[in-house]
Design a protein around this ligand. Structure first.
Ligand code: NAP
Length: 246
């Protein structure tokens, strides 16, 4: 990554891929804005960022709360003046087969994984437009591309994120803003720990690399896509899935 100090905002930064992403950016000379549901849950990430030689600000903000997002952005601008990179990482699952999926489970996943990405990006966009510069990175999934048993709601959001990524890349390129998505495969995080062991073994076996991904595998992809070295990459979906095909 370039040596310019970047300000990077990561949603869902308390654990898993979001935490690894915050730390990876800190190791690459960035200062990091950490956002998760509860400010308390960000203490570990704050400490890890510090150990990596970085600085952070922590906010307890729900990505479904547009007012809280706007306040957070205003505060970050007061403190650090700019936002160079937004990583729309926060996401949840609420799995059930179609015949059993409740409307509530469908709506909840859409609200966080899809509308949450829209909310955060709209909150940060005026700042990036003023700067005439910025990078937006969205968490899609291998499941958004191929679909997955029991994940009607989740697959819909992760495919939707790809649609928003490509649309925003077209709309915002003229403003110096690049927009890309990362599509992880099965990554060993608390989210995936909810899955039955035999399913995880099956996913390992489906990857030619014969393992689950690590949060750092995805974090490194975000760092690359935010870097000057990725300056001609926009509207793309980078698979970080160990070659797994569902
Ligand atoms: P994770 O371990 O469950 O962590 C997600 C984080 O997001 C948690 O800290 C969670 O907070 C937070 N969060 C949930 N709802 C939120 C909200 N409304 N507002 C703010 N923060 C919220 O998940 P992960 O496995 O690291 O996944 C991160 C992203 O990558 C997700 O978008 C996921 O869909 C995507 N992804 C993951 C995998 C994988 O295999 N792990 C594969 C493909 C894509 P709480 O702990 O308080 O709920």
């Amino acid at each position: 990554m370039n040596q310019k100090i970047q300000t990077v905002m990561v949603t869902g930064a308390a654990r898993g891929i979001g935490q690894a992403t915050a730390v990876a950016f800190a190791k690459n000379n960035a200062r990091v804005v950490l956002c998760d549901l509860k400010a308390d849950s960000l203490e570990e990430t704050t400490q890890l960022v510090k150990e990596a030689g970085g600085e952070s600000l922590a906010y307890g903000v729900d990505v479904t709360d547009r007012n809280a997002m706007a306040q957070m952005v205003e505060d970050v601008k007061k403190q650090w003046g700019r936002i160079d990179v937004l990583v729309n990482n926060a996401g949840i699952t609420a799995d059930a087969q179609l015949k059993k999926m409740t409307e509530e489970a469908f709506d909840q996943v859409i609200d966080i994984n899809l509308k949450g990405v829209f909310n955060c990006t709209q909150a940060v966009l005026p700042t990036m437009l003023e700067q005439n510069e910025g990078v937006i990175l969205n968490a899609s999934s291998v499941v958004g591309i191929y679909g997955n048993f029991g994940q009607t709601n989740y697959a819909a959001t992760k495919w939707g994120v790809i649609g928003m990524t490509k649309t925003w890349a077209k709309e915002l390129g003229k403003n110096g803003i690049r927009v890309n998505a990362v599509a992880p495969g099965f990554i060993a995080t608390p989210m995936v720990a909810q899955m039955p062991e035999n399913v995880l073994d099956m996913m390992k076996n489906k990857s030619p690399l014969n393992r689950l991904g690590k949060p750092e595998d995805v974090a490194n992809a975000y760092v690359f896509l935010a870097s000057e070295e990725a300056g001609f990459i926009t509207g793309s979906v980078l698979s970080v899935d160990g070659g797994v095909v569902l």
